[in-house]
Unconditional design. Structure first.
Length: 143
Protein backbone atom coordinates (compact mmCIF):
# COMPACT_ATOMS: atom_id res chain seq x y z
CA UNK A 1 0.00 0.00 0.00
CA UNK A 2 2.62 2.49 -1.03
CA UNK A 3 2.52 5.39 -3.45
CA UNK A 4 5.03 6.20 -6.16
CA UNK A 5 7.32 9.13 -5.57
CA UNK A 6 9.28 10.41 -8.53
CA UNK A 7 12.67 11.96 -7.73
CA UNK A 8 13.99 14.14 -10.54
CA UNK A 9 17.49 15.58 -10.80
CA UNK A 10 17.28 19.24 -11.80
CA UNK A 11 20.17 21.62 -12.40
CA UNK A 12 20.39 24.30 -9.73
CA UNK A 13 20.24 27.19 -12.22
CA UNK A 14 17.68 29.93 -12.82
CA UNK A 15 14.73 28.73 -14.87
CA UNK A 16 15.44 24.98 -14.68
CA UNK A 17 12.68 24.25 -12.17
CA UNK A 18 10.24 26.34 -14.19
CA UNK A 19 11.25 24.42 -17.32
CA UNK A 20 10.39 21.12 -15.64
CA UNK A 21 7.06 22.38 -14.31
CA UNK A 22 6.12 23.65 -17.78
CA UNK A 23 6.80 20.21 -19.23
CA UNK A 24 4.54 18.64 -16.61
CA UNK A 25 1.85 21.26 -17.13
CA UNK A 26 1.95 20.95 -20.93
CA UNK A 27 1.33 17.22 -20.51
CA UNK A 28 -1.60 17.68 -18.08
CA UNK A 29 0.29 16.17 -15.15
CA UNK A 30 -1.07 17.33 -11.81
CA UNK A 31 1.38 17.54 -8.93
CA UNK A 32 -0.13 16.49 -5.61
CA UNK A 33 2.94 17.17 -3.47
CA UNK A 34 6.55 18.17 -3.90
CA UNK A 35 9.72 18.64 -1.96
CA UNK A 36 13.10 19.94 -3.08
CA UNK A 37 16.50 19.11 -1.61
CA UNK A 38 19.32 21.09 -3.13
CA UNK A 39 23.08 21.21 -3.47
CA UNK A 40 25.06 23.99 -5.16
CA UNK A 41 24.95 22.19 -8.52
CA UNK A 42 21.63 20.33 -8.63
CA UNK A 43 18.42 19.69 -6.79
CA UNK A 44 16.36 16.60 -6.22
CA UNK A 45 12.71 17.34 -6.81
CA UNK A 46 10.51 14.75 -5.12
CA UNK A 47 7.05 14.59 -6.67
CA UNK A 48 3.79 12.87 -5.98
CA UNK A 49 1.67 13.15 -9.12
CA UNK A 50 -1.72 12.05 -10.36
CA UNK A 51 -0.22 9.64 -12.92
CA UNK A 52 3.24 8.27 -12.15
CA UNK A 53 3.47 6.18 -15.31
CA UNK A 54 2.62 9.05 -17.63
CA UNK A 55 5.00 11.32 -15.72
CA UNK A 56 7.86 8.85 -16.06
CA UNK A 57 7.26 8.62 -19.81
CA UNK A 58 7.21 12.40 -20.16
CA UNK A 59 10.39 12.80 -18.10
CA UNK A 60 12.17 10.07 -20.06
CA UNK A 61 11.19 11.70 -23.37
CA UNK A 62 12.52 15.04 -22.07
CA UNK A 63 15.85 13.37 -21.06
CA UNK A 64 15.51 13.93 -17.31
CA UNK A 65 17.27 11.63 -14.88
CA UNK A 66 14.76 10.33 -12.35
CA UNK A 67 13.89 7.42 -10.11
CA UNK A 68 10.68 6.04 -8.68
CA UNK A 69 10.56 5.18 -4.99
CA UNK A 70 7.74 3.57 -3.03
CA UNK A 71 6.79 5.81 -0.10
CA UNK A 72 4.00 5.78 2.44
CA UNK A 73 1.18 8.31 2.33
CA UNK A 74 -1.07 8.77 5.33
CA UNK A 75 -4.06 10.94 6.12
CA UNK A 76 -4.02 12.46 9.58
CA UNK A 77 -6.41 14.81 11.36
CA UNK A 78 -5.47 18.41 10.61
CA UNK A 79 -4.93 19.37 14.24
CA UNK A 80 -2.02 19.81 16.65
CA UNK A 81 -0.38 16.57 17.76
CA UNK A 82 -1.41 14.39 14.82
CA UNK A 83 2.06 14.22 13.31
CA UNK A 84 3.60 13.56 16.72
CA UNK A 85 1.24 10.61 17.15
CA UNK A 86 2.34 9.03 13.85
CA UNK A 87 6.02 9.67 14.59
CA UNK A 88 5.63 8.09 18.04
CA UNK A 89 4.14 4.95 16.48
CA UNK A 90 7.01 4.68 14.01
CA UNK A 91 9.70 5.44 16.59
CA UNK A 92 8.34 3.00 19.15
CA UNK A 93 8.22 0.38 16.39
CA UNK A 94 11.88 0.92 15.54
CA UNK A 95 11.15 2.59 12.19
CA UNK A 96 13.48 5.44 11.25
CA UNK A 97 12.00 8.21 9.12
CA UNK A 98 14.51 9.14 6.41
CA UNK A 99 12.47 12.15 5.31
CA UNK A 100 8.90 13.38 5.26
CA UNK A 101 6.86 16.15 3.70
CA UNK A 102 3.24 17.22 3.80
CA UNK A 103 0.46 18.36 1.55
CA UNK A 104 -3.15 19.36 1.97
CA UNK A 105 -6.20 18.94 -0.22
CA UNK A 106 -9.66 20.44 -0.37
CA UNK A 107 -10.61 18.31 2.66
CA UNK A 108 -10.08 20.81 5.47
CA UNK A 109 -10.21 18.15 8.18
CA UNK A 110 -7.22 16.13 6.98
CA UNK A 111 -3.57 16.71 6.25
CA UNK A 112 -1.55 14.26 4.20
CA UNK A 113 2.01 13.16 4.94
CA UNK A 114 4.54 11.35 2.80
CA UNK A 115 7.09 9.20 4.66
CA UNK A 116 10.24 7.57 3.32
CA UNK A 117 11.29 4.77 5.65
CA UNK A 118 13.61 1.78 5.32
CA UNK A 119 10.88 -0.83 5.86
CA UNK A 120 7.58 0.16 4.24
CA UNK A 121 5.76 -3.06 5.10
CA UNK A 122 6.61 -2.91 8.80
CA UNK A 123 5.67 0.78 8.95
CA UNK A 124 2.37 0.17 7.16
CA UNK A 125 1.57 -2.70 9.54
CA UNK A 126 2.33 -0.58 12.62
CA UNK A 127 0.38 2.43 11.39
CA UNK A 128 -2.62 0.34 10.33
CA UNK A 129 -2.74 -1.40 13.72
CA UNK A 130 -2.85 2.06 15.30
CA UNK A 131 -5.75 3.25 13.12
CA UNK A 132 -3.64 5.60 10.97
CA UNK A 133 -5.24 5.87 7.53
CA UNK A 134 -2.84 4.67 4.82
CA UNK A 135 -3.48 6.16 1.38
CA UNK A 136 -3.02 3.95 -1.67
CA UNK A 137 -1.95 5.16 -5.13
CA UNK A 138 -5.50 4.96 -6.53
CA UNK A 139 -6.93 7.04 -3.68
CA UNK A 140 -4.13 9.55 -4.02
CA UNK A 141 -4.84 9.92 -7.73
CA UNK A 142 -8.43 10.89 -6.90
CA UNK A 143 -7.56 13.67 -4.46
Amino acid sequence: MTVKQISVFVENKPGKLAELTHILSNNDIDMRALSIAETPDFGILRLIVDDAYKTSCVLRDASYIFSITPVIAVAIPDKPGSLSHVLDILGEGGINVEYTYAFITRNKDLAYMIFRVADNEKAIDLLSKNQVQIICQDHLNEL
